[in-house]
Design a protein around this ligand. Structure first.
Ligand SMILES: NC(=O)C1=CN([C@@H]2O[C@H](COP(=O)(O)OP(=O)(O)OC[C@H]3O[C@@H](n4cnc5c(N)ncnc54)[C@H](OP(=O)(O)O)[C@@H]3O)[C@@H](O)[C@H]2O)C=CC1
Ligand SMILES: N[C@@H](C=O)C(=O)O
Length: 262
């Protein structure tokens, strides 16, 4: 009988993470929920236990605090029931780069990049050893859009995308599926932290629709899932153009346009 793996979801107290918790619980997966707000996670867990019968553990953790993060890493290393990691926890901050404090941008990087990196690093060797499992990393279309004016946030999401693509190439042959999910504007509380009013925005995706679409990509074992993008061919073309450049980097001399004639 196939054992259904447990799913550890970070940022599971609300928003996209809470929606993932509901969807995976309905699929019969036991859950480990990780966030700072215990009350919210307990309420969600109580409801899902009643509705689905799955077992749900809760880990209260601030993933910007090394000690808290280490506890989640240990759970991922040691709990062989966990076969899926959803690196979802993340936030955004408002203001321009020169308006953002150095501490605030450092904290943003800690949550949006260091935490998912360390958690992926914690679980990947065990999954590769068993030859199965999945790591889902929640990026953002903003990681492809410096024009959107969220430079540090976008940089963290570009990191998530690159890491996901690299790990997909490294771990895919070992049986481990790695998915990058790139939402666009989705109706969650994140916008409160940005100081924006999501209800005044257009083209806002509902969180259930976002996660349902992301799970279609998950079930198809898609490497990069971009639920809001109507034409997948645009992403394919971007990737093809990027890959076409790869062989052209290896040159002993600077490109003609950079030669000073000296
Ligand atoms: N909503 C959107 O428009 C988009 C969101 N995304 C990404 O989706 C992911 C989820 O965001 P979303 O659901 O929108 O945001 P929400 O703010 O609704 O949820 C964020 C989740 O992360 C948790 N979290 C925040 N800070 C910490 C922390 N320091 N330690 C542990 N957990 C933390 C929160 O729980 P708690 O406060 O209890 O700790 C919460 O469960 C993020 O990575 C975000 O960048 C990407 C593109 C678009
Ligand atoms: N989380 C959103 C920005 O704040 C996004 O990624 O679009």
């Amino acid at each position: 009988m196939t054992v259904i793996p447990s799913v550890l979801i970070t940022g599971a107290s609300t928003g996209i993470g809470a929606a993932y918790a509901e969807r995976f619980a309905r699929r019969g997966h036991d859950l480990v929920l990780v966030a700072r707000n215990t009350a919210r996670m307990e309420a969600l867990a109580d409801r899902l236990r009643q509705e689905t019968g799955v077992a749900i553990d809760i880990i209260q953790a601030d993933l910007t605090r090394p000690g808290d993060l280490a506890a989640v890493e240990t759970r991922l290393r040691d709990d062989v029931r966990i076969g899926v990691l959803v690196n979802n926890a993340g936030t955004a901050i408002g203001g321009s780069f020169i308006e953002q404090s150095t501490d605030d941008v450092a904290r943003l990087v800690a949550l949006n990049t260091t935490a998912p990196l360390r958690l992926a690093s914690a679980i990947a060797p065990r999954l590769a050893e068993t030859g199965e499992g999945a790591i889902v990393n929640i990026g953002s279309v903003v990681g492809l859009a410096p024009e959107f004016g969220m430079s540090v946030y976008g940089a963290t999401k570009a990191f998530v995308l690159f890491l996901s693509q690299g790990l997909s190439l490294e771990l895919g042959p070992k049986g481990v599926y790695v998915q990058a999910v790139l939402p666009a504007t989705t109706r969650t509380e994140i916008w409160d932290h940005v100081g924006a009013e999501v209800d005044t925005m257009t083209g806002v995706m509902e969180v259930g629709d976002l996660v349902d679409a992301a799970l279609v990509g998950f079930d198809r074992r898609e490497a990069v899932t971009i639920p809001p993008l109507p034409d997948a061919g645009q992403w394919d073309a971007l990737e093809a153009a990027r890959q076409a450049m790869l062989p052209n980097y290896r040159n002993a001399r600077p490109a003609e346009r950079y030669r000073t004639g000296a």
